[in-house]
Write a protein that binds this ligand. Sequence first.
Ligand code: SAM
Length: 383
Amino acid sequence: MIAKTFFGFEEVLAKELRNLGAERVQIGTRMVSFYGDKGFMYKANLCLRTALKILKPIKTKKVYNEKSLYDFIYKVDWDQFMDANDTFAINATVNSTIFKHSHYVALKSKDAIVDKFRNETGKRPKVDTDRPDIQINIHIQQDTCTISLDSSGGSLHHRGYRTATNIAPINEVLAAGLLLLSGWDGQCDFVDPMCGSGTLAIEAAMIACNIPANLNRKEFAFERWLDWDLDLFELIEKSVLNKTRDFHYSIKGYDKAPSAVRKAVDNVKNANLDDFVSISNANFFEGTKEDKEKPLHMVFNPPYGERLELNEEEFYSEIGDTLKKEYPNTQAWFITSNIEALKFVGLRPSRKIKVFNGKLESRLVKYEMYAGSKKAKYQEKKK
Ligand SMILES: C[S@@+](CC[C@H](N)C(=O)[O-])C[C@H]1O[C@@H](n2cnc3c(N)ncnc32)[C@H](O)[C@@H]1O
C-alpha cells in the first residue's frame, strides 16, 4: 500500500507505520510504501496521524500511448472491485513525458471502465465525483502506470471532530505531524497559547492518550468496497481502543479571540476530549506560565499575513520576550511562513525544520527556555 503525506513528514509517517506493525516500510517523496493485509489497511486508516490517504495498488504496467493505457485499464477484472450499479470516480496524477495531462488520462481511464461494463453487462456504471462507491487512482510515472483503489476516500485530515472552523485552522494532519516532529509524547504539560479552533491541543491529547486519529471519522472509502468486512473492522477498532493510555498532565489552549475560544470548546467536545483539554480566553503576551518549576511543551501557529494585528517586528519580539520572561523550563515550538521575521524573536532557535503550511514554505522552530530559577540559584551560590 501507499500512504500519502505532506513534504517533510515521510520519516514520521514511516515511524508511525512501523509502530503499527507494517512490513517492508519504504520512504518516498510525500509518501511511504508498506505491506499489510486487509485488517492492517483498516488499522492504518483508523490510526495513522500523518497520512492523508491510503492507496491500495491493484495493477502496474508499462504504457506507451493512449491506446496501451486504454487497453491496460480495460483488461482489469473490474467486477472484482465494483459492479455496474456502483458509482465511481477517477483521480489521475501524471509525471511523464508521454502523458502530459492528468485530466485526459482520467477521461481515457473512465472510458475504458465504462466500455468494459457496457460490453459485458449491457449496463454502464456512473461517475460520481462527490461520493463515489469506488475511488480509483491512476498514477503514471514516466511510462509506468499504477492503478490503485483509494481506501480512505476524502483526505484523512477530516477526522470528524471539527464542525466549527475559524479563520485559519491548521490542517489536522499537519498539526499531528508538527507535534510528532516536536517529540511530543504526553510526558509533561502542554500549552498552545494561540489555539484558534483547538486543532493542536486536540491532536496533542489524542497522541498523549494514544487515541486513534480517525476514531470520530464519519466514513472510510473501504466501507463501500465489495469485500467490506464489518466484523474485522470492529475487531481492529476494539484492539486499537484497548491500547489507549492514561494521561497524567494537563493540555491547555488559549486564544485572545472569544470567537476562536468558542469554536475550540466545541471541537474539543466533538472529539470527546473535555476531560483532557481545557480552553480559555487569554492574551499570551499578558499571561505567564502557571507553574514555573514544571516542564512545559508548547506548540503553536501564530497568525500570519493580514491576520497579524501588530506589525511583524512587534509581534515576534513579543513572542520572544514572553517566552524569555514568563516561560522558564519550556520547550516552545511554532510554525511560521514568516521566515524573515524570526530574527525579531531575539532568541536562537535550537532546531529549524522546513515544512509547508498549504503552499506556504514554512519553518517549524524550537526555542528552549531553561529553568530560570535553577540558573538564578546557581548564580546566587557563586556570589
Ligand atoms: C493561525 S490561528 C491558529 C489556528 C489554530 N492552530 C487552529 O487550528 O485553528 C492564530 C490564532 O492566534 C490568535 N492570537 C493572535 N495573537 C494572540 C495573542 N497575543 N494571544 C493569544 N492568541 C492570539 C488568533 O486569535 C488566532 O486564533
